[in-house]
Design a protein around this ligand. Structure first.
Ligand code: MGD
Ligand code: MGD
Ligand code: SF4
Ligand code: MO
Length: 719
């Protein structure tokens, strides 16, 4: 029998509405949901192709145990879980809880039950050793927020719907569909800015798919701090700052201001490649209307990533656009976890401990993933001996996957929980099959504080788990139980137990919605929302407001005790100094950046046949002037060399790049004993072998990897 079920996609951040067609227990296809209030009938190729992931013959459907020869053999769940628990007990007895670590990858953040249970599981293991894709993504943003607002999880989103001038700095929303902002149909929303008579400017080293639709201002990679400081310099020098208004909400401007002297637009031009006059004009454009500077991974993966994220907010602030309609605004979370509960539970720490290797501050409990190999191989208290890799593929996504691959076999235990055997999981003692997206109940908890329009939607599983796949939280819960910790305990569990209820994600989801801003509050707001009435009456989701509020910066956003933004930090001053004295190495004259593709998701979804057919083969891109100078040919091969490694890769020559820049999509170089056979047959190289894992090359304030703007040189391969 064929039926349809309303659900939503959780591959990336807009959480587009989808309609699933199901035959029996089989997910046959997915199509965009025309009745979804924000995605309004849009879904990208990835979202629609997910049915092919669901039904992929290369998916892992049974627990697998690696044999001495590297082959994986099917075992029972009991065998796997008992052995894992016994080994964990042993690891703990010898090295303490902190000998157990976890790396949680990007899909974990978009998976409600896993994102909660991974933290609870680590608590149950008595371990603080959490690594995530955050150190390759958002952590510098979070640290900038900690410094500015006193809380890492407070960050502004661009108010595109009301903006007259959107400056996209290091983001490619036409391909990525928006990040750290949850906005359906973001491309259309940007076009509406122009249709209203406004402008969208894309400041990027590559003429991206977004830049093609709007204005392109090319910039040298990893020079954004220069641009932003020059904008501040110009705004100040031209008397365009309403200092009194700004100082009502911010403390420390005079001190930051003293550092601006040398950052003239002319001085910046040398680094950014942006003519001084254009920087001056941009500064003026930011104060002439409702404007916003919005940055994302392109501004979070350079050598000064915390500084850059910090300066983006300062530019928005001094130009009068922070917490202002059409500017950079703060969403009010629809559910309480991310602010109140999380804060009470102490989840939002920064620098409460320092890492063993490199002395990096923790960012909300996370350590830099680039440290994992050294943390596994360096003896002493805290040496990692057992690791879980859940929904992640750090061998391809983190700098220097070779070092990680060399270190993983030295662990006493490595467990991967994934849909596939990926390049990291191929080294695991056990690969445990997890349920796929449409096999689980869900709720976009992560988006709670990033919605451009406040929104609520929940979905239940569309099909039962394939094969023997299990929900990640159940796997973790079961392991914790076998380690004899008892069921995972959390804040609420004791109270719930009193009433005879165990803690499970379904219950947490209900509580979050019930007690949330729009919740029914156990009957106090009879018209409020519950999971039940959302599923029954609003399966497509429901907008719970037209827009996010403005003017509430000092009414709950800022956590500093003086209720002001803090602009004066010694750490930031040091970063500014470091920036001003930075030198390039002439041996590596080019700058490597990444590029996301519409039919790829980081290192996965490469095994999907329909997307493969429509995607160009993995290749580097370079400007004709550079290619010609080096004697490199379009469709030829190039060797890219950095101080950390080298790769060989196909080359496409294109004018879409600023001269001096090479772009390579990350997440490639599949193979080994990974189970995704089609992806492995596609070739390609792992660009992160060019990234450095030396502690000195990691951004010091946030432990963020340097993945964008890597100095490289290019060489012709063969004669
Ligand atoms: N050079 C360079 N490197 C980068 C970046 C860049 O821009 N440039 N971007 C960085 C960023 S932003 C990110 S987020 C990281 C991503 O890095 P990671 O999170 O480490 O890796 P992914 O490639 O997202 O791999 C996700 C894994 O999760 C599995 N998976 C998918 N869905 C599920 C699920 O529902 N459950 C489970 N258990 N597993 C699932 C997939 O099969 C895959 O193996 O890469 C980072 N690396
Ligand atoms: N199709 C697709 N969608 C995705 C993903 C995917 O892999 N594929 N990944 C998802 C994930 S995990 C994330 S975090 C988001 C990321 O979302 P975005 O950040 O919007 O996506 P990117 O394409 O990485 O955009 C970064 C842009 O920064 C530019 N850039 C690089 N270096 C610099 C620099 O130094 N300065 C400036 N100004 N620009 C620079 C790059 O050329 C690129 O255009 O996308 C998500 N959506
Ligand atoms: S844009 Fe992201 S959320 Fe929307 S359908 Fe595509 S992958 Fe799914
Ligand atoms: Mo990401």
């Amino acid at each position: 029998m064929t039926r349809e079920q309303v659900t939503f996609c959780r591959i990336c951040e807009p959480f587009c509405g989808l309609i699933a067609t199901v035959e029996g227990d089989r997910l046959v296809s997915l199509r965009p949901d025309p009745d979804h209030p924000t995605s309004q009938g849009f879904a990208c190729p990835k979202g629609v192709a997910y049915a092919e992931v669901q039904n992929d013959r290369d998916r892992v459907l049974h627990p697998l145990k690696r044999q001495p020869d590297g082959e994986f053999l099917r075992v029972t769940w009991d065998e796997a879980l008992d052995d894992i628990a016994a080994r964990l007990r042993d690891t703990r007895a010898r090295g303490g809880g902190d000998a157990i670590g976890m790396y949680m990858g990007n899909p974990g953040a978009l998976n409600f039950s896993l994102s909660l249970w991974s933290a609870l599981f680590m608590g149950a293991m008595g371990s603080k050793r959490l690594f995530t894709s955050g150190s390759q993504d958002t952590n510098s943003r979070f640290v900038a927020s900690q410094l500015l607002y006193g809380m890492p999880l407070v960050f502004p989103i661009p108010d595109v719907a009301a903006s007259e001038f959107v400056v996209v700095l290091g983001a490619n929303p036409v391909v990525s569909h928006g990040s750290l902002v949850t906005m359906g149909r973001i491309k259309d929303r940007l076009h509406e800015v122009v249709a209203r008579g406004g402008r969208v400017m894309v400041v990027d080293p590559r003429r991206t798919e977004t830049a093609r639709e709007f204005e392109w201002l090319p910039i040298t990679p990893d020079s954004d701090a220069w641009l932003l400081l020059a904008l501040l310099h110009e705004l100040d020098a031209a008397g365009l700052i309403d200092t009194r208004a700004m100082e009502r909400v911010a403390d420390g401007w005079p001190s930051l201001r003293t550092q601006l002297a040398r950052f003239t637009p002319e001085a910046a031009e040398v680094h950014t490649g942006i003519p001084a006059e254009r920087t001056r004009a941009l500064a003026r454009d930011l104060v002439c209307c409702k404007a916003v500077v919005y940055g994302r991974t392109g501004t979070s993966l350079g050598q000064h990533s915390t500084l850059v994220n910090f300066l983006i907010d300062v530019v928005n602030l001094v130009s009068g656009n922070l917490d202002a309609r059409g500017g950079s605004i703060f969403a009010k979370p629809v559910t309480p976890l991310l602010d109140k509960l999380g804060e009470k539970a102490g989840m939002f720490s920064y620098g409460e401990r320092r890492t063993r290797i490199g002395g990096f501050p923790d960012v909300m409990g996370m350590e830099p993933a680039v440290n994992m190999p050294a943390e596994m191989t360096t003896p002493g208290q805290g040496q990692l001996k057992a690791m879980f890799v859940v929904a992640g593929n750090p061998v391809l996504s983190v700098p220097d996957g070779n070092a990680l691959e060399a270190a993983l076999p030295q662990l006493d235990l490595l467990v991967a929980i994934d849909l596939y055997i990926n390049e990291t999981g191929q080294h695991a003692d056990y690969v445990l099959p997890s349920t796929a997206m449409y096999e689980r109940d869900d709720f976009p908890l992560f988006a709670s504080s990033t919605y451009a329009k406040p929104f609520l939607q929940v979905t239940n599983a569309v099909v039962p788990p394939a094969g023997e796949a299990r929900l990640e939280w159940e796997i973790l819960d079961e392991i914790a139980r076998r380690v004899k910790q008892g069921r995972i305990k959390a804040l609420l569990s004791r109270a719930l137990k009193k009433w005879g209820l165990g803690l499970n994600p379904g219950l947490v989801r209900s509580l979050l919605i019930e007690t949330g801003r729009e919740g029914r509050k156990f009957g106090l707001r009879p018209r409020g929302y519950t999971v039940k009435n959302l599923l029954r009456e609003h399966p497509h989701g429901v907008l719970v407001g037209d827009e996010q509020p403005v003017g509430w910066l000092q009414q709950g956003v800022i956590r500093h005790s003086d209720n002001k933004l803090h602009l004066d930090h010694a750490d930031i001053a040091n970063e500014v100094e470091r920036l001003a004295t930075r030198h390039g190495d002439p041996a590596y004259p080019l700058r490597l950046i990444g590029m996301r593709e519409a039919r790829s998701e980081n290192s996965w979804m490469h095994n999907v046949p329909s997307m493969r057919a429509a995607r160009p083969a993995h290749a580097a891109r370079m400007h004709p002037a550079d290619a010609e100078a080096l004697g490199l040919l379009h469709n030829g091969k190039v060797r890219l060399v950095s101080k950390s490694g080298e790769i060989e890769i196909n080359l496409l020559v294109t004018e879409d790049l600023k001269p001096g820049v090479v772009a390579v999509p990350h997440g490639w170089g599949h193979g080994g004993r990974s189970s995704w056979r089609r992806a492995a047959s596609e070739g390609g190289a792992n660009s992160n072998l060019l990234a450095s894992s030396e502690p000195g090359d990691i951004e010091q304030l946030s432990g963020s990897a340097h993945l964008s703007g890597i100095p490289v040189r290019a060489e012709r391969v063969g004669t």
